[in-house]
Design a protein around this ligand. Structure first.
Ligand code: SAM
Length: 261
């Protein structure tokens, strides 16, 4: 079973709201303008693609998980079921290619970004986001819950030899290594507002570092993790009782070379 198999509905109820924050900056970095041909890879429920449609782009979206494709089709006209690193699309077919929190979920990020470059017209833009390391408080909360109940993080799906540092330099290096020019990377910081029960939907459905560590654990361990989560999350409750979690993302972009490699 793939990491995202059967998780579209739970993603739509939880992480989709977190991931949506970077969509405007990602599209701006990709040079969104009316009439451009834009590809959104790993579209999930279609957040970024729908925003690009609203901005006047001609949008194609793809995702490897059928449940995501079904949800995205409700908001984006053209959604393909396809997965990195080999997308069934012609060379240089798009003016801009974006991937919002996707290249950290593939087994060979360098090959995945090279595929985004292949699909981009010479001089066109590729823009991606990934979560940074060290972990901001939102992500660190899951690490703290794991530590509190003695859970070990699941191993990365990316072999060490293919991995990259989750820093501005690391992500810029990933894009440069895939052939992009004029690469820039910066950090976007914000506070994600949710509530204690909604934010638990992710780990309860196998998503995020805690969700992956909880997969296959017995009910007592899951209950202990939930209890540790409630105790630790209490430190992030605002005056209205909402969960306010500071977080950040790395946004990197570059220009496709004039000769497609
Ligand atoms: C964290 S979600 C982000 C979804 C969306 N970009 C957003 O911002 O809401 C990661 C998405 O990447 C998709 N994905 C994972 N591996 C993929 C691959 N190899 N090719 C294409 N999509 C993939 C997942 O199905 C999921 O929809």
């Amino acid at each position: 079973m793939g990491k995202w198999t059967g998780r579209a509905a739970a993603f739509a109820d939880s992480y989709v709201h977190l991931c949506a924050y970077t969509a405007p900056a990602l599209l701006s970095a990709a040079g969104l303008a009316p009439g451009i041909r834009l590809l959104d890879v790993g579209t999930g429920t279609g957040t970024v693609a729908a925003l690009a449609v609203a901005g006047g782009a001609t949008v194609t979206a793809v995702d490897a998980e059928p449940g995501m494709v079904e949800l995205a089709r409700a908001v984006v006209p053209e959604v393909l079921h396809a997965g990195l690193p080999d997308l069934p699309l012609p060379d240089a077919a798009f003016d801009a290619v974006v991937a919002n929190f996707v290249v950290n979920h593939v087994t060979d990020p360098g090959r995945a970004v090279a595929e985004l470059v292949r699909l981009t017209t010479p001089g066109g833009r590729v823009a991606v986001t990934v979560w940074p390391h060290p972990s901001p408080p939102l992500q660190q909360l899951w690490n703290d819950v794991m530590a509190a109940v003695g859970l070990t993080p699941a191993p990365s799906i990316i072999p060490p030899s293919l991995n990259f540092a989750r820093t501005a330099e690391g992500v810029a290096g990933l894009l440069t290594g895939a052939g992009l020019r004029d690469v820039a990377c910066h950090t976007i910081s914000w506070t994600h507002r949710t509530d204690v029960d909604t934010w638990w939907i992710g780990p309860a459905n196998g998503m995020g570092a805690l969700g992956e560590a909880l997969a296959g654990q017995d009910a007592a361990t899951v209950a202990a993790a939930r209890s540790a989560y409630e105790r630790l999350a209490a430190g992030f409750l605002d005056d209205d009782g909402a969960l306010a979690l500071p977080t950040a993302a790395l946004l990197a972009s570059g220009r496709a070379p004039s000769v497609v490699r």
